[in-house]
Design a protein around this ligand. Sequence first.
Ligand SMILES: [Zn+2]
Ligand SMILES: [Zn+2]
Length: 174
Amino acid sequence: MKGSHIQKTLEDKVKRLAKEMFDWEMNKPVLISNRMKRTLGQYVWIINQDTKRPELVRFQFAAKLFRDGYSEEDIELVIKHELIHWYTDTIEGRPCHHNEIWKANCRRFGILDSRLVDLENNKNRQDYKWRYQCTNPKCGVIYNRYRRIPKNYVCGKCRGVLREHPLSSVVRPI
Ligand SMILES: [Zn+2]
Ligand SMILES: [Zn+2]
């Protein structure tokens, strides 16, 4: 696939997800960077000098995300992680980074609320195959498991509903 084609596909995907998730139009640049080595995605923002609020400049994604065998789900997870940064900062009117509000929004949109969505640590991960996160916003505890757990299992701490994440799709956005 040619680079320009990948870029266009990615840009369309970012726009579509912004629309689906928040009903927002995303019309800032979406770039693919060869220089991003340790991270897969980035939400670039500035403080608008008039409003004093964070403002989206662009999204950028590592080129390796499109050539190193990442699945569609991996790519979508990275995009959602970055979109939720944009959404949270815009709604809150201040940079939230990976704070509790950002985490609550991740749970709301069904993605892991961890910045350690991490592929490079595959080796340290002891080959867990599944990760479960409690959907109760007050709990949010994460369980790693070698085997898939039955659907009717609930959170051991709060009896909340668990959301399942296959660990093949664990990647590292920032
Ligand atoms: Zn829980
Ligand atoms: Zn992040």
